[in-house]
Design a protein around this ligand. Structure first.
Ligand SMILES: O=C(O)CCC(=O)C(=O)O
Length: 332
C-alpha cells in the first residue's frame, strides 16, 4: 500500500468536500463546446404535499422481468415511478434548498460544481414524502428480494452545467454496510437527455469481478482510467440512455456506474436514496471512501446493527407509520 492507495483513515471533512474530492478522480476530455440549451420543462399543475404523499403511498407492482433484469444486470430503469407533477414539485424544492445552502443558482453555468445535500428528510415533510415513500421502499425490497428495507441516506446530487464526469465506481466501496442487499433509487428531478449526463451502468452485475484488481487511488484519475480501459478491453456493455420525466433507476451496490459531464445549461438534479436489508451491520473498518457516514447513522459504531432512528424501516410500513404520515399530512 502506498500513500496514494491507503484509504484506511476516516473521512474528516463534510460530505460536500467528499464530493468535491470524488469528482476530481474522474478523467475528463477537455471540451470547449458551448452548453446545449435544455428543453423547456412542461408547464403542468404541481400537486400539493397531500397529493404527493397519496401518490407515493400507492404500491408500484414490478413485472417479473424487471426483477430478473435487476438481479442479472445490477440495475433497472423504471418509468412512471413518479408523476410528472411530483417530479417538478421535487425539483422546485431541491432548487430552493440548494440555493439556500450554497447561495448560488444551481442552474448557473459559472459554477460547474457537483453540489450535494443529505439528511434533508428529517426536517422537511415534502422531501420526507419521497425519501421514506412506501413506493420506493417497496420497489427496493422487491428488487433485492428481502422482507424489509431501511434507509441508509438521502442524497441530493446537483451536477451543474459544465461539470464533468462522475468517475466509475460501485457503491459497495462507499457504504460501510456488511451486506450486498443494498440498492440506490436514483430519481432525476427533470428529464435527462444524453447531453446532461444520465447515470450509466456497466452490465451484467458480475462485471465488477473484471476490475476487482484495479487498485483505488485517492488522487489522480488512475482508478477511473483503469476501469475504463478494462471495460473496453472486455467489451463490457454500458447502458447510457436518457431518463424520461418520472423515470427512476435502481442500482445494486455491486453495479459499476458512471455519468458523463453535464453539457447543458440546466443543472442535472437527482434525489438518490439508498435502502438496505433490515438487520445488516456496519462493517468493522469503514474507510475515507465512506465519507461522513456517522451523520447517516448517529451513534452506530462499526460492527453494530445499522438501525439508528435516522435509518427507519421504509418497507413494509406499519400502522404507526401510516398514522404518522397522515399526521404530517394534516400539519403540512
Ligand atoms: O449522480 C451521479 O453522477 C452519481 C451518483 C451515484 O453514483 C450514486 O447515486 O450512486
Amino acid at each position: 500500500m502506498t500513500d496514494t492507495t491507503d484509504i484506511s483513515a476516516p473521512w474528516d471533512k463534510d460530505n460536500q468536500a467528499w464530493w468535491d474530492w470524488y469528482v476530481g478522480l474522474a478523467e475528463n476530455e477537455v471540451k470547449n463546446d458551448a452548453l446545449a440549451n435544455a428543453e423547456p420543462l412542461p408547464n403542468i399543475a404541481i400537486p400539493s404535499l397531500d397529493e404527493v404523499m397519496a401518490e407515493l403511498a400507492e404500491p408500484y407492482l414490478l413485472a417479473n422481468d424487471q426483477i430478473t433484469f435487476f438481479r442479472e444486470n445490477g440495475f433497472v430503469k423504471i418509468r412512471d415511478v413518479f408523476s410528472p407533477g411530483a417530479v417538478l414539485k421535487l425539483r422546485g424544492e431541491l432548487i430552493r434548498l440548494l440555493k439556500q445552502e450554497f447561495e448560488v443558482d444551481p442552474d448557473e453555468s459559472a459554477h460547474d460544481r457537483f453540489l450535494s445535500l443529505e439528511m434533508i428528510w428529517p426536517d422537511n415533510p415534502l422531501i420526507r414524502a419521497y425519501v421514506l415513500s412506501p413506493r420506493l421502499g417497496q420497489i427496493s425490497a422487491d428488487l433485492l428480494g428481502v422482507p424489509a428495507v431501511r434507509l441508509y441516506h438521502d442524497n441530493v446530487l446537483a451536477k451543474q452545467p459544465g461539470c464533468g464526469r462522475t468517475p466509475w465506481h460501485f457503491d459497495d466501496h462507499h457504504f460501510p454496510l456488511d451486506t450486498n442487499d443494498v440498492v440506490t433509487a436514483w430519481a432525476p428531478a427533470q428529464p435527462i437527455p444524453i447531453k446532461m449526463g444520465p447515470l450509466a451502468f456497466a452490465y451484467p452485475l458480475d462485471v465488477h469481478q473484471l476490475v476487482d484488481d484495479v487498485v483505488f487511488e485517492k488522487s489522480g484519475t488512475g482508478y477511473d482510467r483503469g476501469i475504463t480501459k478494462l471495460f473496453s478491453q472486455h467489451n463490457v456493455s454500458v447502458n447510457e440512455t436518457p431518463f424520461e420525466l418520472g423515470e427512476v433507476s435502481f442500482h445494486h451496490n455491486l453495479s459499476f456506474h458512471t455519468a458523463s459531464g453535464n453539457c447543458t445549461n440546466r443543472s442535472r438534479i437527482a434525489l438518490a436514496n439508498t435502502y438496505f436489508r433490515d438487520g445488516a451491520r456496519v462493517m468493522d473498518a469503514p474507510t475515507m471512501v465512506s465519507g461522513d457516514w456517522q451523520k447517516f447513522m448517529p451513534n452506530v459504531k462499526p460492527g453494530d446493527i445499522a438501525a439508528s432512528p435516522m435509518n427507519p424501516v421504509c418497507w413494509p410500513i406499519n400502522d404507526e407509520q401510516l398514522i404518522e404520515s397522515s399526521d404530517t399530512r394534516e400539519q403540512g
